[in-house]
Design a protein around this ligand. Structure first.
Ligand code: NIG
Ligand code: FE
Length: 425
């Protein structure tokens, strides 16, 4: 096997390797860390991991050698919940929000998600693409190499498809790999307020089959919340989605404890997201059915809400992942490193738990565990060199970007001058 690249002199290499399932319970705090390590890469994949200079026998005339200068290396970070593609921004609601007007109240007044629906409808494909690409560049610079991307700012077929197609194009043209989710059930449009059933029929009978037929989304998601979709409506939509071959996700128990955690377990969702108000029974059901709790602490931070009970989840054996929820309303930030810091400071998770939550468990949350999420032979060589001596330092020194270099499938895409990939990747 020809070795294309060796990254040598890695001070600490956190592999985030799991054993055939997402990490849960005490295993979430376990982390394999190899000191004085190297990684050999062939054809974009990890060919060998070893220590000291035993890589020397792998070098031939075409092998490039990069020096990690004794720094920390982790798998590329995975942001497993984003609303990446959307038009406009909502800073006009910011003063209302900080003066205490609740998120759902702003939505009820026709703002919130519905205001982004309007901007997304009005935006051209190019405008959506340019804006989302800027966000992806930011994410890459912060160490993210794979992200999930939801629709949900169309609420009618044409605009939902417009968003999903833009995300597909970005996936093709940008180093960050994207996983696509259809979220047609993200809000009730004003004209269906009194007739949910009619809107749900459009989602299920028109939008979901068409999106599936065009191959634009792998997952289907629903926002179950008081004033949005009820648990019964969510169950109906997700059951139909499952029959059509979608994998399932749910925005569950974010503000009110409605039984979203229970529903995610009942339907076999891959992940159940938010869960700030989830009941203990619901969490127990999730643990039993190995549904991943995808927690979004930057949303709690931004909405000034209580954090999800991550300690309880881990104690009950629910596998936990963390993600940004990047969107123009409840979390206008792409910064997954800040999310990691909140994982420790807000959710009281340990640094090891947090790193597992944004790597291997996040890979499970988007069903990519066989390709990414850990540094193991045969997986994609997606990795981050952090300008940090150890994992604790990443969480402790908060609010800055610790990235020194990012490699996507063995190609250097960020160095200490910033994003350097060329657009043809
Ligand atoms: O996950 N909660 C619902 N959806 C998003 C917010 C979207 C928005 O406010 O635009 C979320 O927080
Ligand atoms: Fe969300």
């Amino acid at each position: 096997m020809k070795i294309d690249l060796i990254i040598k002199n890695i001070g600490k290499l956190a592999t985030c390797k799991s054993f055939g399932c997402p990490k849960s319970g005490e295993e979430m705090n376990n982390l394999e860390v190899i000191e004085d390590a190297y990684i050999a890469i062939s054809d974009g994949k990890i060919a060998e991991i070893g220590t000291k200079n035993s890589y020397e026998r792998l070098i031939d005339s075409h092998t490039k050698i990069d020096d990690a200068n004794g720094l920390l290396v982790t798998p590329g970070l995975i942001d497993s919940h984003t609303h990446l593609v959307h038009g406009g921004s909502r800073e006009n609601e910011f003063s209302k929000k900080i003066s205490g007007v609740p998120y759902i109240e702003i939505l009820k007044q026709g703002g919130g998600i519905l205001s982004t629906v309007k901007s997304t409808k009005e935006a051209t494909d190019e405008e959506l693409y340019t804006k989302a690409k800027k966000s992806l560049d930011r994410m890459l610079e912060l160490g993210v190499t794979t992200a999930e991307s939801k629709s949900g700012y169309g609420l009618e077929l044409e605009t939902e498809i417009k968003q999903l197609k833009v995300a597909k194009d970005l996936d093709k043209n940008h180093p960050i790999d994207l996983v696509h989710t259809f979220l047609g059930a993200h809000a009730i449009p004003k004209n269906y307020k009194e007739n949910h059933k009619e809107f749900i029929d459009i989602i299920v009978n028109e939008m979901m089959p068409r999106v599936k037929e065009l191959g634009l989304a792998e997952f289907c998601d629903v926002f179950c919340e008081e004033g949005v979709f009820t648990i019964e409506e969510g169950e109906y939509i997700l059951t139909k989605a499952k029959e059509m071959g979608y994998k399932l996700k749910i925005h569950a128990d974010e503000i009110v404890s409605l039984g979203g955690a229970e529903l995610s377990a009942k339907l076999g969702c891959i992940s159940s997201d938010h869960l700030m108000a989830a009941s203990e029974d619901g969490l127990k059901m999730m643990a039993k059915n190995k549904v991943i709790a995808n927690i979004l602490p930057a949303t709690s931070f931004n909405l000034n809400k209580d954090y999800a009970n991550a300690r309880k989840m881990i104690e009950l054996g629910v596998p936990v992942s963390l993600s940004s929820d990047y969107n123009p309303g409840s979390c206008p930030s792409e910064n997954l490193q800040f999310v990691m810091q909140l994982g420790c400071l807000g959710l009281k998770m340990t640094p090891n738990e947090v790193l597992n939550a944004v790597t291997i468990n996040a890979a499970y949350a988007i069903d990519r565990q066989d390709e990414i999420g850990s540094l193991e032979i045969g997986k994609k060589a997606d990795l981050v060199v952090f300008d940090a001596p150890n994992i604790e330092y990443l969480m402790y020194h908060f609010g800055i970007n610790h990235v020194n270099k990012v490699y996507k499938e063995g190609t250097l895409v960020v160095d200490n001058k910033g994003v350097i990939y060329n657009n043809t990747i």
